[in-house]
Design a binder for this molecule. Structure first.
Ligand code: IMP
Length: 193
């Protein structure tokens, strides 16, 4: 079975994608290539960071791999926090502080439109491919729900009456930006066989 390295330090993400591609591809973590260093993510776009991480692995380890990068893009803030989503309120990467900052910046604004975006960059047999997942929604005036992570409690996806923070993990993982991008990756990889 063909092996592909998933360039993430997050074991939950590896488990999720492993199960989606089970029996077709062997998805391995960075530990399997003894990569323990922090992979640089210094570009100023989500797609740029996804590509940078995959390119780093190819350059240093020469293996088939994919990486992903995500963020929240708010219409009234011209796409912010975007690529800076994790560290919007500071380098501590504190989700509660990030949410408070977003809510204060949106105070009094009627345009609450926003989207989560994920980009996956896949390097396979000498070629780079990208897959994007977007889910549109609204930023509420206050937090609702305690599930999920990051900005989930203030993001109400269009067509649903529960925020990502109120949904259970299975519900969110069916419709999320990450799920959409992963399904595109999955379709591509399965069609390659
Ligand atoms: P990552 O690239 O998946 O690590 O995401 C970067 C940052 O974007 C996270 O630290 C969160 O602040 C935000 N983010 C990405 N995906 C989600 C999500 O599904 N829910 C809430 N916040 C998210």
């Amino acid at each position: 079975m063909k092996e592909i390295i998933f360039a993430t330090a997050n074991p939950n993400k590896i488990r999720e994608i492993k199960s989606m591609l089970a029996g077709r591809y062997t998805i391995l973590g960075l530990d399997s290539i003894n990569c323990t260093e922090d992979i640089p993510e210094t570009r100023d776009t989500i797609i740029g960071n996804a590509l940078q991480k995959a390119e780093y692995i190819v350059e240093h380890y020469g293996v088939n791999c994919f990486s992903e990068d995500s963020g929240l893009e708010i219409d009234a803030l011209e796409g912010a926090p975007g690529v800076y989503s994790a560290r919007y309120a500071g380098p501590e990467k504190n989700s509660d502080a990030n949410i408070s900052l977003v809510l204060s910046e949106l105070k009094g604004k009627n345009d609450r439109g926003a989207q989560f975006r994920t980009v996956i960059a896949l390097y396979l047999d000498g070629q780079m491919h990208t897959f994007e997942g977007i889910i549109r929604g609204k930023i509420l005036n206050q937090r609702r729900g305690t599930g999920g992570f990051g900005y989930d409690p203030i993001f109400l996806p269009d067509g649903y009456d529960q925020t990502f923070g109120e949904m259970n993990a299975d519900q969110k993982n069916l419709i999320s930006h990450r799920a959409i991008a992963v399904r595109k990756l999955q379709d591509f990889l399965v069609n390659k066989l």
